[in-house]
Design a protein around this ligand. Structure first.
Ligand SMILES: O=C1O[C@H](CS(=O)(=O)O)[C@@H](O)[C@H](O)[C@H]1O
Length: 304
């Protein structure tokens, strides 16, 4: 029997992604963009008109950020590009700073000053060899390391705290962020979730921290991959709210709509058991939830 969809949860009427990620509300286009990483697609949906567009790539499309000038910055497995949705053309910006046969970009977004940040996923997952890179002034530089699956990048409303997570370690870190220099310091564990034990039943597991977004009160909304829920954490890391979802693998929430009070949540279905997909047929869809506190608007990246 399939899990009932709660009254407060909506579903965007678009075919499911294999692994939806990096939802971002484009304020000037009044549209939501998101990536399907292994599906090699970038999606755009305008909720007012119902128009859906998609663009296919020949590699993994990890994350996207709207850019000044109408383009988008995309972190592909094969490097960073500036993509023009009007023409479908990509302009290469930077080569991958890793071996793309075993590593790829993962979660990323623009900071409040327009630098583009993207973390990586180290696919052998046998050591914490993934890192965080920043694109600014025409250069891609390594800014943090020591994780396996980089995720959860977000900034506090004053732009002085940066959040970053390692999904595999079930850990969210906080850093002091220098908005002028764009540097991270003072790395500390901000929230540690219980790690999944071998053979653990998913009903007894809360999930691991995946993508995230911050609201206007500085609270951190995080998708709990395999935990069928999103959480709202206070700036002190306390649990303020849990929203149960009708899919096992939410991947990232973002705020959108003209009032920034719709939470859009990407989800995944890749490699999930058939029994789970039969029970949770919305896996891979983008879910929606109205919230009381608006989100911070998405930052626009600078291509150059
Ligand atoms: O590939 C991905 O997978 C992880 C989920 S897992 O912890 O590796 O199982 C997800 O967090 C990540 O965002 C995604 O790109």
């Amino acid at each position: 029997m399939s899990t009932a969809i709660p009254d407060d949860i909506g579903v965007i009427p678009v075919a499911p992604s294999l692994l939806g990620e990096s939802p971002v509300w484009h304020a000037t286009e009044r549209s939501l963009y998101w990536c399907d990483i292994p599906g090699h697609k970038l999606n755009r949906f305008n909720p007012a008109s119902g128009q859906h567009d998609e663009w296919a790539f020949d590699t993994d499309v990890a994350c996207c950020a709207p850019a000044l000038g109408g383009e988008l910055l995309l972190a592909l497995r094969t490097g960073l590009v500036s993509f023009d949705p009007a023409t479908g053309r990509s302009r290469p910006l930077a080569k991958p700073p890793y071996d793309p046969t075993i590593e790829r970009f993962n979660d990323g977004k623009a900071d409040p000053q327009g630098r583009m940040w993207a973390g990586t996923l180290y696919e052998p997952r046998d050591r914490a060899a993934a890192a965080l890179y920043c694109w600014a002034g025409g250069k891609l530089t390594r800014q943090a390391e020591g994780v396996t699956t980089a995720n959860g990048l977000a900034w506090s409303p004053d732009g002085r705290t940066a959040y970053w997570s390692d999904t595999k370690a079930h850990t969210i870190y906080a850093f002091d962020f220098d908005p002028v220099l764009g540097t991270l310091s003072g790395k500390r564990v901000w929230v540690q979730f219980p790690v999944k034990q071998p053979g653990m039943d998913l009903a007894d597991y809360g999930g691991r921290p995946d993508g995230a977004s911050v609201d206007a009160e500085g609270c951190y909304w995080v998708a709990m991959f395999e935990g069928a829920r999103v959480l709202r954490l206070s700036p002190r890391g306390e649990l303020l709210r849990e929203v149960k979802l009708p899919v096992q693998c939410p991947t990232m929430p973002c705020f959108g709509g003209p009032d920034l009070k719709t939470l859009y949540i990407t989800t995944g279905r890749e490699n999930r058991p058939a029994e789970e997909l039969a029970r949770m047929p919305w896996a891979g869809a983008v879910l929606t939830l109205r919230v009381d506190v608006p989100g911070l608007p998405a930052n626009f990246a600078k291509a150059g």
